[in-house]
Design a protein around this ligand. Structure first.
Ligand code: HSE
Length: 311
């Protein structure tokens, strides 16, 4: 038996919602899990590059038991008192890797849902989300990968995930700017301080609350004021040359609501109201050109659906 699951890309944080806000994008990875017929074949992991990645981007992804998809599946087997023996895991990838677009969350979620089906669904969604978050380390990509749309999520002290889907105004469009270099999430987290000034914490608290109110009331002006952060972006600027310039240069472009880092970076998300596409692209291209960075643009709506079984 073979089970395949299609899972969307995601963008975490969205400015003020560090480790808690996330949204899904219509770019997908497909993870298939099957029990191999021949005993003794062990664990096989194949990665198939469909588009949006260079072969070199995928060269470092492990295909042994250190692969995160395998690790997630192993935790699920352990949950029911078993260990995986003969498994073939195939990952068809369209989501750019190490760019802040949730490629790891997507394959973790895909692998877990597929393996859970193979095993006869021993785990419910709550358990799958907890296992996925344990592997990923934070729930902000995992939740929209599972559920689609815009989400807020909290990893509670008992290991459970509390989440809610939030409304998204379809008039707000997403321009995702993906640079031609990778940034490892671990490195991007290593530059964050262990403690932050009280005033910065309060700053993000206000902005996150405003963000949610803006979503419920389709309030573009409020969203414009909310898309700022003092907990992670300022520390990550040095890892994303051009980020500050792009943010500043886009401030005065007609149609732009806000510019934020995608997750841990290095991609940049521009939320805009449907106008100014060519000026936005030109501004980003010129700013990054200065730093010798090339960019791929994905002009996308939000993906409303989360992970789906496709066979
Ligand atoms: N919230 C996480 C971070 C997302 O900013 O490090 C990384 O995938």
């Amino acid at each position: 038996m073979k089970v395949s699951v299609k899972v969307p890309a995601t963008i975490a944080n969205l400015g003020p919602g560090f480790d808690s806000f996330g949204l899904a994008l219509p770019l997908y990875n497909v993870v298939s899990v099957e029990e191999t017929v021949l005993p003794g074949t062990g664990i096989q992991i194949n990665i198939i590059n469909e588009k949006n990645n260079d072969e070199s981007d995928l060269a470092d992804v492990p295909t042994d038991k250190t692969n995160i998809v395998y690790k997630a599946i192993e935790l699920l087997y352990n949950f029911i008192g078993q260990i995986p023996n003969e498994l073939k895991i195939t990952i068809k990838t369209q989501i750019p890797v190490s760019r802040g677009l949730g490629s790891s969350a997507s394959v973790i979620v895909g692998g877990l849902i597929a393996a859970n089906e193979l095993l006869g669904r021993p785990a419910d969604e709550k358990v799958l989300m907890s296992i996925a978050t344990e592997i990923e380390g934070h729930p902000d990509n995992i939740t929209p990968a599972f559920k689609g749309g815009m989400t807020v999520a909290s990893w509670e002290e008992d290991g459970s995930i509390i989440y809610r889907k939030l409304p998204w105004n379809d008039e707000w469009k997403l321009m995702v700017c993906v640079p031609d270099y990778e940034l490892n999430t671990e490195i991007s987290r290593s530059v964050l301080p262990k403690e932050v000034p009280m005033k910065d914490a309060v700053f993000n608290l206000k902005k996150s609350a405003m963000f949610i109110d803006a979503l419920y009331n389709k309030d573009e002006e409020l969203l414009k004021s909310a898309l700022f952060d003092k907990l992670h972006q300022p520390y990550r600027e040095k890892l994303v040359p051009g980020l500050v310039e792009i943010m500043n240069n886009l401030k005065h472009v007609n149609g732009v609501i806000g510019t934020v880092l995608c997750g841990a970076g290095p991609s940049i998300l521009i939320i805009y109201n449907g106008i100014g596409v060519s000026e936005i692209k030109e501004t980003v291209t010129n700013s990054w050109n200065y730093f010798n960075v090339k960019t791929n643009f994905f002009n996308l709506p939000i993906e409303k659906e989360g992970a789906q079984l496709i066979g």
